[in-house]
Each structure stands twice: as C-alpha cells, then as structure tokens.
Design a protein around this ligand. Sequence first.
Ligand code: M6R
Length: 607
Amino acid sequence: MCGIIGILGKSPVAASIVDGLKRLEYRGYDSAGVATLEPTGLARRRAVGKLKNLDALLQLSPLGGHAGIGHTRWATHGKPSEANAHPHAAGPVAVVHNGIIENFRDLRAELSAEGINFEGETDTELVAHLVNREIRGGAEPIAAVEATLKRLEGAFALAFLFEGRNDLMIGARRGSPLAVGYGDGEMYLGSDAMALAPFTNRIAYLDEGDWVVLNRAGATVRDEAGKIVKRQVQTSLASATMVEKGSYRHFMAKEIHEQPDVLSHALSRYLDMAQGTVRLPDALPWDFADVSRVTLTACGTGYIAALVARYWFETYARLPVDIDIASEFRYREAPLDPKSIALVVSQSGETADTLAALRYCQANGVRVGSVVNVSTSTIARESDIAFPMVAGPEIGVASTKAFTCSLAVLACLAIAAGRKRGVLSADEERRLVGELMRVPRLVAEALNTEPKIERIAKVLTKASDVLYLGRGTNYAIALEGALKLKEISYIHAEGYAAGELKHGPIALIDETMPVVVVAPKDRWFEKTVSNMQEVQARGGRIILLTDADGAAHAGESEAVLVMPTADPIAAPFVHAIPVQLLSYHAAVMMGTDVDQPRNLAKSVTVE
Ligand code: M6R
C-alpha cells in the first residue's frame, strides 16, 4: 500500500506534495519521490528511506515546477532503492503507482523483447514504458493512457504527468483508492482525502475502474468503458488526525471496499513478488523444519481466520494443527510440546482470552507468533514475534478487512512452512505466490457483484433464522457469514459444516429458512451439492455462493451469486466478500447501528 499525490498548482508544488505525502506515510515509507514539470522538462527527486530524506534532498536540489506528482512507497516488486523509488519515467511520461500489476512479468518480457531497458525492478516502471510506447506510436497522452490501462491486470491506482503538458494530469483507479481534489484554479489527486486536507475539502472519490483527466479548470471522469461519468463532489471533514468514512455511509462499508488495497499492502509485506517467494523476517524465533505442531487460537473472526489457516498448514506444510477458541484453550490444560509453536490472531491485540492463551503457551515453553493489526498492542509486544496484518485502522465493530488481511499473513506463513519443511517445491511456492498476488484483483471483482448481493440480502431480512453451510475452507467462511449476520443485523444465524447437516440441523429446514451455501467448484463441491439437494427436498431455500463452474453444475437454487473463479488458496478471500456484504446490506435494511451494534465492543479486554 503506497501513497500517491498529484498537484496542478499555481505556484511551486514540491513542498505541498511532500506535505501531502507526510499524511500518507502510514501507507509505506521505504522510499519516496517527486516529479515536477520544470522549464527544462520533467525533473525527479527520489530518496530511499523516510520522507525526511526526500525533504533534505529537495532542500539541496529544489524543484520549482507548478505541476507534480509524488509517492511514498511500500516495496512490492524490487527492494527499496533509488532506482525502484517512484515516480518512474520513460520518455515524456512520469507515473506513480499504488497496488500490484499482476501481469507485469509478461508485459516486462514483451517490452524487453522490443529492446527496452529497465532502470529498476518495479512493476510500475513498465507502465511508464507502455504509455511511452503509445506516445512514440503517435498517440496523445490521454489515448496512450487509455490504451495502457486496457493492458494492465491487477488492483492499482496510478497518476501520470507529461513533459510539455503543464496543464494535464491523469489518474486511474482499479482496486486501490484515488480521490480527486477541487481547488481554486488548482486540482489534486490523492490516495485519500486526508492527504488533500491541507489544500482542499472538496473531494470526489473515483469509483472502481474510473480514470480521470485533470487540468486546472476541473476534471473529466470516465468509467472503465470510457464513458464520461459524474462523481459527486463532497465536502470532506478530513483533518490530519481523523479516520473518516469518505464517501461511505458506514465504516464497515468503507472497510469492506478497502480490501483490495489493504490486501495489496499486506501481501506486499510478506511476498517478494519479483522472485515469486514468501519473505518473512530473518529473525524468526523458530525453524519451521523443526516444528512438531502448530497451535492456532483466537476469538471471533480471528478464530475463523485461524480455521482457514488450519487447512493451509495441513495441506501446504503437512504440519499437524491444534485449533481452539482462546476462551476454551486457556482453561483446557492442554499438554504442549516445546517443539511446537503457537499462532494467535487478533485485530486489536488486546483480547483478554487470546492474551491469556498466549501466556499459557509461553509458560509451557512454546514460542508464540501473533498476527495482529495494532502493532503496539499487548499481544504484539508479548508474543515472541508479531506479524502485522497492516489492514489499517478498523473502526466498524464487525471485523472485515482484518479478517482477509489475517488470512493473507497466515497463507504466507503456511507457504513458508511448506517450503522450509520440503513439502512445497520452489515451483509450487511460485505458483501459490502468483495466486496470492491475484487476490486483490479477485476481491475487487467480487466487490463488483454488490448490487446483486444487496438484492439478495433482502431475503435474509425477512427470516428469523439463517443457516450457512460449507465444507473445508468454505465451512470457515460459512461460520464467518453467520457471525457477521448475527452481530450486525441481529438475525439468528448458524454456520455448519455441510456434512453435519443430517446430524441435527436438517430438522430446522422448512420454506421459511434461507440456507446460504458457500460452494465454489472445488474438491468439496459434489458433496456439498448433495447437501443442497437434501435441503431443497425439505422445502429449504438456497442462496448459493459459488463460481461460474459451480453455478453451471449446482442445479437450481433460489438465488445464485457467482464469484470470480479462484485457486483454493485464494477462494476464502473471494468468498469472504459476499458474506460480508450480505450481512452489511441486511443490517442497513433492518436499520440497525451497523458500525456499533448493540452489546458489542470492538476490543474485548475482559473475560
Ligand atoms: O481484536 P480481536 O481480533 O482479538 O477480536 C476478536 C473478536 O472479538 C472479534 O473478531 C469479534 O468477533 C468481531 N466483532 C467479529 O466481527
């Protein structure tokens, strides 16, 4: 997750760009850079490390241009270095980028075959070269960017500046956020409204797939199909210290929609995307090759993330897993093997039962890793090693982005364990890393199905009970769906392993009971389809969450939501989206307090 800012100003912009970047430093700070249009042409200043290094460089070697773009980087492709720092340039084009270009290897090979040399290893640099290639072929900058965007796969935000075009800037948003700021004879682009707060409070948020052409008089926004669209200009209440909802009605909606972006950030922290490998801290307090067992424990949504991870550790690392809810685990008096490790998962890092479970493990000689969102929390500090999920502040009580970001961390840990234990080959690691790199885009595609999910959510609001079914990792998603629905809509819901249906819950089925089935076309699919038939034979009404292949083979359901096709390691991320959105829209229709549901607290620091 990097930070982007762009200014078409009336006076020198470099200092303002750095000011805006300071507000985005939370998104990444391993290097930073600015490009401006000088009388001599495009000029860049880039520095490794925190923004103060860029600031110092600008003092020594100032820029005076009135149009510029800037970037603070969290490395994805390529190590932090000046050559890899943004803005990247090719010919008359400079670009800054947040996100992941998934097909960068193919595109880079294509450009290399044409004799193009790259200065660094980033995926961003090839975007500058692609636009430059169009311009060399005779295209105007706007057409060159439009053609380039069609070639890019992934989830990203981009801002472009062009030598010789002092009144032009282009931005694009696919998966990662980008806001347009309207000033007085000045225009701005920024990763969020907070970055633009010193300059303007008149903000329009780009929608998924939008791209925007700015000049000092205003902005023209086009959708993915190239049609000119209007995006409402709102008055932002952003200040330097606030976390705000942006264009969303609730924090939960914002946090659901942030997932492509925060997942890019989380994954880029634990993956070396250029090498196709997992990158964990050097000083791991254990060697996965010598670990006998993994104990996974957490509460609520953290527990459900751990449940997904159980399948990954068993499948990809062949590591035996013991998993339990922290409030149970802490009192179980479980005998622990000092050769085992424990992983605890906690958004807040303060949950009392999870902390007690951590302490129990350490008291029994077991090293503990924590997957946490709040890096300064007690759990992060007391664990032997903390793996930040870097989801950014989660304000909605119902956990959404922290769920998928903890999945991202846990998937990386499972792959690293598999490699270390000789279960996964280098090729298998590369393949799995490639599948994880696709996750932000797949999640963005899943979010595009929201209008249909909203319609289906209406069915849930009429029910007093809802059953969620799934097998394998889909069972965990079924549990998460039921937890989300009950906590914010107050509709009673249960998640069940589909194979358990006939051992009890089938007695509940009648025509009043919606049954949400999570069943992409995976190795559990046929079995789950049999369970669906058992439900339908008793008058039950199925809402099926599946993929295209699953929809073609599942038979009739009352409603079907088709999610993007995903590899088994990516599927839980994708299917988390419809269960989050179903509960969100059901709650909005029921008129509950979505962000602060009754009786609940974001951080449960008591037993
Ligand atoms: O901060 P934690 O992740 O440790 O919190 C654990 C649970 O309290 C939390 O996941 C809770 O279940 C959420 N409200 C679920 O949406």
